[in-house]
Design a protein around this ligand. Structure first.
Ligand code: GLP
Length: 240
C-alpha cells in the first residue's frame, strides 16, 4: 500500500487526480471505476480541468460506478447517476453509453446485481477510485460484508443513513437500501485509489491501514491488494 499524506483537501484532490490523468494518458480506452460522495468532487474538478486544458480525452474511456440507492432513478438529484452526470460526465467528452452505474430501480434487483457483476467481469477496472465511510465501508459494503461478495443489495446501517442525511431534506427521505459492487468486484481492479479527507475519517483510515484485516472493517481488505494508493489529507491521517 502506498500512502500519500497531503496538506489539505485541495492537495489530496490534485494528487489523486494525477494518478487517473496518467492512466488515461497511457491507455485511451481505460476502464475507470468511479465513486460518489463528497470526497471525490475535487478530484473530478481536476479531471474536468485536465480535459478542458487539452491534456486528456475521455472519448474512448469506459466507467463503472460502485453503487446506487435503491428506489432513486437517474433523474433524482440525490441518485448517484445524477451525481456522476452533474459532477463529471456532463463536463467532459465521454460517451454516456460507456458510463455504467448500477440501476437502483427495477422489478428484479437480484437479476440487476448479477448482470452488473457480469459487466464488471467483462470490463475490469484499470483503476478503482474509492471514498471511505466513517465506519470503514467501501462503496456501500457495510461492516460485516463478506470479502468474497459480488454486486448485491444492502440494508444501509444507521450510521450511514445519518451520515448521508445531510444531502436530503430529512433522514426519513434517505433510501434505506442500496445496490453496490461487492468487495470481490472492487479487489479485482488492477489498481485501487482511495481518497479520504477530514478528522471524521481518521479512525477509519487507521483501521484500514493499521488494523487487522477483518470483515468488521471492509476497507481493511485493501491491505491484501498488491496495488493500492491511499491519498489522505493530514486530518484524515492524524491517527496514523
Ligand atoms: C457513501 C458512498 C461511498 C462513499 C461514502 C463516503 O456512503 N456510498 O462510496 O465513500 O459515502 O462519503 P463522503 O465522501 O461524502 O464522506
Amino acid at each position: 500500500m502506498k500512502l500519500i499524506i497531503t496538506e489539505n483537501y485541495q492537495d489530496m484532490s490534485s494528487k489523486a487526480a494525477q494518478y487517473i490523468v496518467d492512466i488515461v494518458k497511457g491507455n485511451k480506452s481505460a476502464v475507470l471505476g468511479l465513486a460518489t460522495g463528497s470526497t471525490p468532487i475535487g478530484l473530478y474538478q481536476n479531471l474536468i480541468a485536465a480535459y478542458k486544458g487539452g491534456e486528456i480525452s475521455f472519448a474512448d474511456i469506459t466507467t463503472v460506478n460502485l453503487d446506487e440507492y435503491i428506489g432513486l432513478d437517474g433523474t433524482h438529484d440525490q441518485s448517484y447517476r445524477y451525481f456522476m452526470n452533474d459532477q463529471l460526465f456532463n463536463h467532459i467528452d465521454i460517451n454516456k453509453d460507456a458510463t455504467f452505474v448500477p440501476s437502483g430501480v427495477g422489478e428484479d434487483m437480484q437479476a440487476i446485481a448479477e448482470a452488473y457483476t457480469a459487466l464488471l467481469n467483462s470490463k475490469v477496472q484499470d483503476v478503482q477510485l474509492l471514498g471511505l465511510g466513517g465506519n470503514g465501508h467501501i462503496g456501500f459494503n457495510e461492516p460485516d460484508t463478506a470479502f468474497d461478495s459480488t454486486t448485491h443489495i444492502v440494508n444501509l446501517k444507521q450510521d450511514t443513513l445519518e451520515a448521508n442525511a445531510r444531502f436530503f431534506a430529512n433522514i426519513a427521505d434517505v433510501p434505506t437500501k442500496a445496490i453496490t459492487m461487492g468487495i470481490q468486484n472492487v479487489m479485482n481492479a488492477k489498481c485501487i485509489l482511495l481518497v479520504a479527507s477530514g478528522k471524521g475519517k481518521a479512525e477509519a483510515v487507521k483501521a484500514m491501514i493499521k488494523g487487522e484485516v477483518t470483515e468488521a472493517c471492509p476497507a481493511s481488505i485493501l491491505q491484501r491488494h498488491s496495488n493500492v494508493i491511499v491519498v489522505v489529507d493530514k486530518e484524515a491521517a492524524s491517527l496514523l
